[in-house]
Design a protein around this ligand. Structure first.
Ligand code: NAD
Length: 282
């Protein structure tokens, strides 16, 4: 086998959350390898913009669709359109995900005996927001996998790639729902990798470290000055390479896990984190 990503050429990939910052960068990497990308996003306009851009830049057929990863019927509609246009599905990337303010505590720790901290901490969390974050990140991976993976399993080849996070290995302060949901992605990735193990379909995940995106920009940098917030500073000092990741830093790991060059890699969660998960803090 020639060791490059040429086996990816003309594969058909469904990319959920593809209208977002990391998704758009993944779409670009896929198109650069000749993959036909179906960009799915709740925000149809964003999906279409990404699909049109990569089609123009890389000359590969692409498609932008509006669909909700939590709504089976909207995904079934998308599936019909995809099979009509491309006749097959080779790859599924579950990248739709994110956090919500109501599922975020205002403080990192409750001080002993300080009950006025309660509403700023765990006891003030909004259960509905907690549920939404859990659903988006976990159920939003489960349902698309149910809807799109059967085609791959039936044919006996395919790759599923889930998007985890650093907080899956060790929860980050303030974001318990997002942390628990991403931890469930790691567990589910392993479960599926075993379940599909004999079918020719591999299942892996990427755990991005800290990338400055719209989702976290104002948690990590000051809106006015652009300086690091105390949380941003903590992250940089815990990241051995000393900087945030850029969306393009995910592209190599992405293509590696999708290509046949990683044919025996199944059930892993690959950190792309500048060493954050390796660092003990001392
Ligand atoms: P983003 O907010 O830019 O992109 C997420 C996209 O998902 C958005 O375009 C949004 O419209 C879409 N989306 C939201 N709900 C949806 C739904 N119900 N159905 C379909 N699409 C929906 O975020 P991002 O930073 O590009 O994150 C992409 C993935 O990477 C997410 O799973 C996120 O949790 C994960 N991640 C991000 C970072 C980071 O530092 N940005 C770190 C680790 C993991």
């Amino acid at each position: 086998m020639k060791l490059d990503f040429s086996d990816l050429k003309n594969k058909v990939c469904i990319l959920t959350g593809g209208g977002g910052v990391l998704g758009a960068s993944m779409a670009e990497a896929l198109a650069s390898a000749g993959v036909k990308v179906v960009v799915i996003d709740l925000n149809k306009e964003a999906a279409v913009i990404v699909a049109d851009k990569i089609e123009k830049e890389y000359g590969v057929e692409s498609l932008g669709l509006g669909a909700n990863v939590l709504d089976k019927s909207s995904l079934l509609e998308a599936r019909e359109i995809i099979i009509d246009k491309f006749s097959k599905i080779d790859i599924l990337i579950n990248a739709a995900g994110g956090n919500a303010p109501g599922a975020t505590t205002k403080i990192e720790q409750i001080e002993s005996g300080k009950s006025d901290d309660f509403s700023d901490g765990f006891f003030g969390l909004d259960i509905e927001s907690f549920r939404k974050v859990f659903d988006l990140n976990f159920i939003g991976t489960l349902i698309p996998t149910m809807i799109f993976a059967d085609v791959m399993v039936e044919r006996g080849s395919g790759v599923i790639l889930n998007i985890s996070s650093m907080n899956a290995f060790k929860p980050l302060t303030k974001i318990p729902a997002y942390s628990a949901a991403k931890a469930s992605i790691n567990n589910f990735t392993q479960w599926l990798a075993v379940h599909f193990g004999k079918t020719g379909v591999r299942v892996n995940a990427i755990a991005p470290g800290f990338f400055l995106t719209n989702q976290n920009r104002f948690l990590l940098t000051d809106e006015k000055t652009g300086d690091l917030t105390p949380r941003g500073e903590k992250i940089i000092s815990s990241t051995p390479v000393g900087k945030f990741g850029e969306p393009k830093d995910l592209q190599g790991a992405l293509l590696f896990l999708l290509s046949d060059v990683s044919a025996f890699v199944n059930g892993v969660v690959l950190p792309v984190d500048g060493g954050y998960s390796a660092y003990g803090g001392v």
